[in-house]
Ligand binder design. Structure first.
Ligand SMILES: [Zn+2]
Length: 138
């Protein structure tokens, strides 16, 4: 009975029940911590960067091949850092939507995002139809 009531509470805006949303929140919180730890391992603090982090520049030595390796690894770090930062941003936005009670609502058509899609991609902020339309228009 309790579950039915909980579902009814959310059904006007999304087909997700409270328990699922809480599970998503827990999962995203864990992911967020993992990303922050990876970023810390990858980047050094830098107050000149907007996010206070800069990709680490590795020091292997002064030989030409060592220098080449440093530059190569630096760009890898830089690329990974950008990917992680983007993922972190998506997670933070999603956690905010959960707090605001907007989770599972498409940001374009305001319709519900299918539960199946959210379980596959918890940070999705648009329904599959709007996503398709956007991709077709690109
Ligand atoms: Zn939509």
């Amino acid at each position: 009975m309790k579950n039915l009531m909980e579902e009814a509470k959310y059904s006007h805006e999304t087909n997700l029940d409270e328990k699922t949303i809480e599970e998503v929140r827990d999962e995203l919180t864990i992911r967020k911590e993992n990303i922050i730890n990876s970023l810390k391992a990858l980047a050094v603090e830098d107050n000149h960067e907007a996010d206070k982090l800069a990709a680490k520049f590795p020091e292997y030595g002064d030989k030409a091949d060592e220098n080449a390796q440093e530059v190569s690894d630096y760009s890898t770090n830089l690329g990974t850092e950008k990917v992680l930062e983007k993922a972190l941003e998506d997670i933070e936005k999603t956690l905010k939507r959960i707090d605001d009670g907007d989770y599972g609502v498409c940001k374009y058509c305001k319709g519900p995002i299918a539960k199946k899609r959210l379980l596959a991609r918890p940070v999705a902020s648009s329904c599959i139809n709007c996503k398709k339309e956007l991709q077709d228009n690109v």
